[in-house]
Design a binder for this molecule. Structure first.
Ligand SMILES: Nc1ncnc2c1ncn2[C@@H]1O[C@H](COP(=O)(O)OP(=O)(O)O)[C@@H](O)[C@H]1O
Ligand SMILES: [Mg+2]
Length: 236
């Protein structure tokens, strides 16, 4: 279980997150929604140890890990798929997978990645940076998958991708969740995120404005009220 407790954080003199409480229970899907600039990416950076909070605590399974470096949190099963493509563009698909594979399990990791996204199997020797955006995102997700994470932090993984690719990515996320991996999902397609989420948090200007069961968030007024955005822009 990953918990942010009373987290205040920011950059330089700018406060971005204010007293944020958020829990990602084991084997659950948590959607984190909110308008641009609300602090969603910043929250994921705190959760993966990239950014130390000014106040508050980060807990993993009840243990205080505030201020621990990202590699240590990664070792505790926290995997961050950052905004943009989380791949090394000059390396091949196979090399990208090897980098994240547990030592000695390179072959198994590759097999699992290809099973998750068969297209990667045809592209093992291709330089990642020359693949399409969708294929690179699949590789980024496959890389997270082969680390056997307990919780995956996903930052707008469907951004800019064709609808058919987005569907494939969501099917994969759902499969990962069913296998028991917890997900903290920042997503512009709010409707898609809600469809697979157990819990939802909405951030507005760095504070939690809604926290509850995904089922509570139905109907258009929710989007208007909490997200302040056009419903047509977030549904697909
Ligand atoms: N590295 C940074 N340095 C200074 N300000 C930043 C930095 N990254 C983000 N911000 C600011 O923090 C606020 C929240 O950004 P972010 O967490 O990226 O929001 P979101 O992901 O919800 O769009 C924004 O006002 C943004 O301009
Ligand atoms: Mg962001």
């Amino acid at each position: 279980m990953l918990v942010l407790q009373g987290v205040t954080a920011g950059y330089g003199g700018t406060t971005v997150l204010r007293d944020v409480d958020l829990t990602v229970p084991d084997s659950s899907v948590v959607a984190l929604l909110g308008p641009n600039g609300a602090g969603k990416t910043t929250l994921l950076r705190v959760a993966s140890g990239l950014l130390a909070p000014w106040k508050g605590r980060l807990l993993i399974d009840g243990e205080d890990v505030t201020g621990r470096p990202p590699h240590e949190l990664a070792g505790r099963g926290v995997c961050h798929v950052p905004e943009g493509r989380g791949v090394f563009p000059p390396l091949t698909v196979a090399q990208n997978l090897e980098l994240f594979s547990p030592p000695g399990q390179e072959r198994e990791s590759r097999d699992r990645a290809v099973e998750a996204f068969p297209i990667l199997g045809d592209r093992l020797n291709q330089v990642a940076g020359t693949m399409s955006g969708g294929q690179q995102q699949m590789l980024a997700l496959a890389r997270s998958y082969v680390t056997n994470p307990h919780v995956v932090l996903l930052d707008e993984v469907s951004m800019g991708l064709a609808p058919i690719i987005v569907d494939e990515i969501f099917e994969f996320l759902e499969r990962m969740a069913k296998q028991g991996t917890a997900l903290l999902l920042v997503e512009q397609y709010a409707t898609k995120a809600l469809a697979i989420a157990d819990y939802v948090y909405i951030l507005g200007r760095g504070s939690v404005t809604f926290a509850g069961d995904a089922a509570e968030l139905e109907g258009e007024d929710v989007f208007q009220r909490y997200l302040g955005i056009d419903v047509a822009a977030v549904t697909s």
